[in-house]
Design a protein. Structure first.
Length: 326
């Protein structure tokens, strides 16, 4: 059995290592990106652009890996999973294709499950498989949340700067061009995408809607709606943007007040969530035999996993109690 597992794990480990090294050393500048470069805000032509031999390499050159990735992408697309992964990757702004991310995810899951079987039994294998399967989603979700939070925090500055440029006589597109140059990421990068798409002929409202969908920001959807209404019926857009910016600043102050008032409840929820795990680890360290029935008897296993489910449900309930929507 151990030899069979070794035969399965060694090629998978080599494949995973190859993929990681390829991603780490990847430097690609697609032909489409070079063609669109003159339309991008702040583009500076450099002599290295002509050296396309190394920069045009695809991330995965092996035909075998390419076919495997295409097969994974086709299966995921039929089940709607590829669109979900693409949405999360776009929101987190990760430099990897959805199909390649899914392929690496599956390889890591297989390696994690086999490693768990080698270290212990089927329960260890399932635990490692679940851990490897959950952690990447959590990491991507955290990165996406932080990027969205940073984007929303820059919205008032963006609106004030756009309103100032409009009062100076510039058009909306010229104002967004100024915002793209003046503000850092993620706002600057997203506005550069909008300006580039608008210069290529895409309607400005459609490009802004795409940004709102990508960053999942309700506040920015307000801004897009305001710009769309103004372009249809007219009016003083600069004054409207100032009003929206003041509203967002007031909401931000209210969020901070609510965050301060719920600090005690959130801290209590964290303590109550960590306390059972800490007490269990302490008892297992001091007297391991005391917890033996939990892992070696049927009733103990039912109680153990039942407590885990109840603890997760309790943590979710406490999180919803202390969370205030503004």
């Amino acid at each position: 059995m151990i030899y069979l597992i070794s035969i399965l794990i060694l090629p998978a480990a080599g494949l995973f290592a190859w993929g990681v090294i390829t991603v780490a050393t990847w430097r690609r500048k697609p032909a489409l990106e070079r063609a669109l470069a003159p339309y991008i805000v702040g583009h500076v032509r450099v002599e290295e652009d002509v050296q396309v031999g190394f920069l045009d390499r695809d991330l995965i050159q092996s035909p075998l890996l390419r076919r495997a990735i295409d097969a994974v992408a086709e299966a995921a697309a039929r089940r709607g999973l590829l669109a979900i992964v693409e949405s999360k990757i776009d929101q987190a702004d990760l430099p990897i294709r959805p199909a390649e991310a899914l392929f690496m995810y599956l390889v890591c899951g297989v390696l994690g499950g086999i490693l768990g079987l080698l270290l212990g039994n089927i329960y260890w294998g399932l635990a490692c498989l679940v851990t490897v399967g959950v952690i990447p989603w959590i990491v991507v979700a955290v990165i996406a949340f932080r990027r969205t939070h940073a984007f929303v925090a820059q919205l008032p500055d963006m609106l004030q700067l756009l309103g100032t440029t409009l009062r100076s006589g510039f058009s909306v597109l010229q104002g967004l061009d100024t915002v793209a140059v003046q503000l850092p990421e993620p706002m600057g990068k997203e506005m550069r995408h909008v300006v580039a798409e608008a210069r290529l002929g895409r309607p400005l409202a459609s490009a802004l809607d795409e940004v709102a969908r990508r960053v999942h920001s309700e506040d920015f959807e307000w801004v897009v709606s305001a710009i769309g209404i103004q372009r249809e019926v007219g009016g003083n857009l600069a004054e409207l943007l100032d009003i929206v910016a003041d509203t967002m600043n007031a909401r931000a102050r209210l969020r901070q007040e609510a965050h301060t008032l719920t600090a005690e409840g959130r801290m209590g929820a964290i303590v109550l969530s960590i306390l059972p795990v800490a007490i269990g680890l302490f008892i297992y360290t001091v007297n391991p035999g005391y917890l033996t029935p939990l892992f070696h008897s049927t009733s103990g296993k039912i109680m153990f996993f039942g407590c885990i489910v109840l603890a997760v449900a309790g943590m979710e309930w406490m999180r919803r109690v202390v969370k205030i929507e503004i």
